[in-house]
Design a protein around this ligand. Structure first.
Ligand SMILES: [Zn+2]
Ligand SMILES: [Zn+2]
Length: 179
């Protein structure tokens, strides 16, 4: 979703613009479709842009769900993601004459002559950074059995006999080599 930031930059420094992006599920043909690129399935974000010297400063929080796979049992899940964020944007062109433009650092987010900010891009970036690397379907997911591959959440079990038999075979080998 593109936001025209020019009206904010014409207001006195410190002026705040409240913003909200909430959609569940994300419409593939809607304003927030860009979030689907990061497998974000729904979003509820409240943030604001403040007019600061270099340009708008975005700050707020986003809650979302990301389509993922449980790192232990490989079940498809919608992992909850929360991002608190603060991002400074630099206006590279003065919105009205007489206001000096502050040079933007090399890696800074900049705003060009259209004075728009794509907040979908901003939210997607922040949520990707906040997405856990190994999401779980639940905190105590028992995962797949390393011996038979069965889901231990559905059928808790162990393979004591098998592992014992293998272990004693190894132990026997060890005894032989040590003799
Ligand atoms: Zn799991
Ligand atoms: Zn098993």
């Amino acid at each position: 979703m593109d936001i025209n930031i020019a009206p904010l930059l014409k207001q006195p420094l410190g002026t705040r613009l409240d913003l909200e992006v909430a959609e569940s599920p994300i419409d593939p043909r809607g304003d927030n479709a860009g979030l689907l690129d990061a497998s974000i399935v729904d979003i509820d974000a409240k943030f604001h842009a403040t007019h600061t010297n270099p340009g708008p400063f975005f700050e707020g929080a986003a809650d979302a769900h990301v389509a993922a796979t449980c790192a232990r049992c490989l079940k498809p899940i919608d992992a909850p993601v929360h991002a608190d964020f603060a991002e400074q944007y630099y206006a590279t062109i003065p919105v009205d004459t007489g206001v000096a433009v502050i040079a933007a650092p090399a890696d800074a987010k900049t705003i060009g002559s259209d004075f728009t900010v794509d907040v979908t891009d901003l939210l997607r970036e922040e949520l990707i950074l906040a997405t856990p690397l190994a999401p779980l379907c639940r905190e105590d997911c028992a995962g797949l059995c390393p011996v038979c591959g069965e889901d231990r959440n559905e059928r808790p079990h162990a393979h004591d006999e098998t592992t014992d038999a293998r272990w004693s075979a190894l132990q026997g080998l060890k005894d032989l080599t040590e003799k």
